[in-house]
Design a protein around this ligand. Structure first.
Ligand SMILES: O=C(O)C[C@H]1C=CC(=O)O1
Length: 96
């Protein structure tokens, strides 16, 4: 199942910068593992914002929920999820 997810990170002011840098490093490692696993298919930066639009390919709503809740940056994020389905005119076989 494909999902479009918008994430916005609210940089915390109540924790030391070094602690936030450590959380960002864990986020990057988690993100790269999910990319390698084919679950986090695409990511684009929103120009001028600490935000991204991502495409996830996971087996269920619950799987996406667990994945998002596991993001180290989750406590600092606003997240919007848009479930996607195949467009009838698409010529791409991997649009599921
Ligand atoms: O940078 C972001 O938009 C937040 C998050 C998504 C991937 C990652 O490494 O951090």
């Amino acid at each position: 199942m494909l999902f479009q997810v918008h994430m916005h990170v609210n940089v915390p002011t109540h924790i030391p910068a070094a602690e936030f840098d450590e959380i960002k490093a864990r986020e990057k490692a988690y993100f790269q593992e999910l990319q390698k696993a084919g679950k986090w298919r695409h990511i684009w930066r929103h120009v001028g914002q600490y935000s991204n639009t991502s495409i996830f390919d996971v087996e269920s709503n619950a799987a996406l929920h667990d994945l998002l809740m596991g993001l180290p940056l989750y406590p600092f994020m606003d997240i919007e999820v848009i479930p996607l389905c195949r467009h009838p005119s698409s010529i791409h076989d991997d649009d599921r």
